[in-house]
Design a binder for this molecule. Structure first.
Ligand code: FEO
Length: 390
């Protein structure tokens, strides 16, 4: 994509990666992604905010070339992860007079990650300002979104926040602005669930910090630019601290249909009680769908058949992910079937040790569920309904 003008002094010069399907060899990208890099031109100094994934360095170079940029004074690294920093060495080679600005933690991470001469780095402090002539850039440390060194850069006169990964979305689009793309908030929520949710408490603090700044535009490192930032800001407030919803997510796998029968019976009982239910079969549901479903759900149910005395490996993986993603869910239940014995309740409970949630009475059935097992399922649904009322 060619460079896009955001205002008289700021251009989006990053790359759209339409074809990428997987991030971190883990996260599916149903709509590709972007690596956003921004050029800020003051009357005296020119700054590049972050770079792009090294696979797309040719796009960044082409964009700078098409703007006739023959001099860059500073490259700001808001985040050391390689999808934003990986092209810094080549850009430093192209613009040898440029200094690389980052915080101390950023320096400590960039030096071992990239081949950069230490003398090229100029360490900045939290809230330090940099004059570009008629514009001022301010650095705002924002650790743990989602690495320890992350920071924002704020273009004071334009009230424009470069927010690094925070508020990002893995969404390749020909539209520069979020207001022009109906998928942005949903994909930002998916991104929040996959990347930011484990740091929800930190994110909440950063949202409080940002209340001190007038923000007209948010330019994140992935996905569209927010020209109406109140939309994403209020969405984030909801995701990190809003009331959990009257929703149950059932993450399950089945081998011969017994666990699935329990899942369907529980689904029916919950629906009868006006509770929203999302059954997610781990064979077909993506990691993104799983993460997304966890943001708002008040209750999570894990459903598994016994496998070699424990839970099925799919559910072991799912429990590991749930524990790692740290959703705010308040209630956890375990249901499943077994043939001759199982230890899945202890196994899965141990794996979810980082969550602070109430455990519901497990429902474990030997063999195929019978009519008489319905009492346990109904009791579980009743308990969930009771908890969802409070
Ligand atoms: Fe988009 Fe954490 O890098």
């Amino acid at each position: 994509m060619y460079p896009r003008k955001i205002n008289e002094s700021v251009f989006a010069v990053g790359a759209v990666d339409w074809d990428r399907t997987l991030f971190d060899a883990l996260i599916p990208l149903p709509y590709g992604t972007t690596y956003n890099s921004y050029l800020v031109q003051g009357s005296e100094k020119t700054v590049l905010i972050d770079t792009v994934d090294p696979a797309k360095i040719s796009v960044l170079k082409r964009n700078l070339n098409s703007l006739n940029i023959d001099h860059i004074d500073y490259i700001v690294s808001n985040h050391a992860e390689q999808d934003h920093s990986g092209s810094i060495p080549e850009i430093l080679d192209l613009f040898p007079m440029a200094k690389l600005l980052t915080g101390k933690k950023g320096q400590d991470m960039l030096l071992p990650l990239l081949d950069i001469a230490p003398a090229k780095i100029q360490v900045v402090e939290d809230r330090e300002t940099l004059s570009l002539g008629d514009k001022t850039l301010q650095f705002i440390f924002a650790p743990w979104v989602h690495w320890p060194e992350t920071m924002f850069s704020y273009l004071v006169e334009e009230q424009l926040l470069f927010s690094c990964d925070l508020f990002g979305a893995h969404l390749a689009s020909s539209e520069l602005y979020a207001s022009k793309n109906e998928h942005t908030i949903q994909e930002a929520k998916r991104y929040y669930a996959e990347i930011m949710m484990p740091y929800g408490t930190r994110v909440a603090k950063h949202l409080e910090t940002l209340k001190d700044f007038k923000i007209d535009t948010i330019a994140p490192s992935h996905g569209p630019v927010y020209d109406q930032p109140e939309q994403i800001l209020s969405a984030y407030h909801e995701w990190v601290a809003g009331d959990l919803k009257n929703e149950v997510v059932i993450i399950y796998v089945t081998m011969h249909g017994s666990t699935e029968e329990l899942v369907f019976r529980l689904t029916d009982e919950l629906v009868k009680r006006n509770i929203s239910v999302t059954p997610l079969n781990t064979v077909t549901a993506s990691l993104g769908d799983l993460a997304l479903s966890l943001v708002d759900a008040k209750t999570v149910i894990l459903g598994s058949p016994a496998y070699l005395m424990g839970a099925h490996p799919n559910l072991v993986y799912a429990a590991y992910l749930v524990n790692t993603l740290k959703p705010r869910t308040q209630n956890i239940g375990i249901i499943g079937s077994f043939g001759w014995g199982n230890k899945m309740v202890n196994q899965l409970t141990d794996m979810l040790k980082d969550l602070t949630a109430e455990y519901l009475p497990p429902v474990l059935v030997k063999g195929q569920p019978r009519q008489e097992d319905n009492d346990q399922i109904k009791a579980l649904a009743d308990r969930i309904q009771e908890l969802h009322r409070t």
